[in-house]
Design a protein. Structure first.
Length: 297
């Protein structure tokens, strides 16, 4: 290919199209546990609710659920992926072999939220949430019906391989994905660019700005206990029976069991098998509707 401005413009158009095709066509799964919040600045500050409020019978004046001023802030971060291609390679008509690489750049840009969101679950055992407790903890402070502070747990204990129960039925999710700037690819292929003059190579770079953080701890339950009938049943019961401020029943519905690959077979048996290992009826079968096996855990 002749290295002309027109030919380079066509090449950039082609590479950008390949990048965008994979960017928009790649299937992602982070939305199962994370709500996306658009960001317009360097950070977002979120108000903190003591709980997820519900409707109540209107007697007398309204009861106002105050958004506390001491909320939490999630700072946006920058991510990049950059590749260089020798000018001579393009001149020798080898540009086609780099098109899949541009497509892969688009795919990895699309998968970045997955790479950020799913590991948040494992980090929740030793990372503080917005109430000052670990995200998965046994003593989240919640007022009971008498206004006295009680400890509420979303952690099953243990020290083994972690697994998680998620209520996916709410608009609010346990994890926040904060999207500041969608991924885009930028070429540096001008014949006067420093990379061309000094290193005799063209450069294409992808950039995305985003962040992730913890949302509503009530919607996720983490455990390091052995994944079996008894412990899964206990986790389901704990979520279903969880109460919020002033003793309000939260009506949580654990619908998604999240496991790493090492627990996939166990998870499938628990959710699908009619009989357990002892030959008795599998009492937790059907209590959780979906299994998600996450390689990033």
């Amino acid at each position: 290919m002749d290295i002309t401005h027109a030919n380079l413009a066509d090449l950039n158009t082609n590479y950008t199209a390949v990048f965008n095709e994979r960017l928009t066509g790649t299937e992602t799964t982070y939305g199962r546990i994370a709500m996306t919040v658009n960001s317009t600045g360097s950070q977002n500050t979120y108000p903190r609710l003591q709980e997820m409020p519900g409707m109540r019978k209107w007697v007398g004046e309204r009861f106002v659920n105050r958004l506390e001023a001491d909320g939490f802030t999630i700072q946006n971060e920058k991510y990049e992926n950059t590749v260089a291609v020798p000018v001579d390679t393009i001149a020798d008509d080898q540009y086609g072999i780099y098109a899949p690489l541009m497509g892969d750049m688009g795919q990895t840009a699309a998968e970045l939220p997955d790479e950020m969101v799913w590991p948040q679950l494992a980090a929740g055992f030793d990372t503080l949430g917005h109430d000052g407790q670990y995200f998965f903890d046994t003593d989240h402070p919640v007022e009971d019906e008498n206004g006295e502070e009680q400890s509420v747990s979303n952690f099953g204990g243990g020290a083994g391989t972690p697994w998680f129960l998620i209520d996916t039925t709410r608009v609010i999710k346990p994890i926040i994905f904060q999207d500041r700037m969608a991924a885009q690819i930028t070429p540096k292929t001008s014949l006067t660019d420093d990379n061309v003059f000094e290193r005799d190579e063209f450069v294409w770079g992808a950039k995305r700005r985003c962040a992730t953080g913890f949302g509503a701890w009530q919607l996720a339950y983490g455990s390091r206990q052995t994944l079996d009938e008894a412990n899964l049943g206990a986790a389901i019961s704990a979520m279903r029976e969880m109460r919020g401020r002033r003793g309000r029943k939260l009506n949580l519905r654990p619908t998604l069991l999240v496991v790493p690959p090492s627990l996939e077979i166990t998870g499938r048996k628990l959710l699908l098998a009619e009989m357990n290992a002892a030959g008795a009826s599998n009492v937790v079968r059907g209590m959780v509707s979906e299994l998600h096996v996450e390689n990033r855990l």
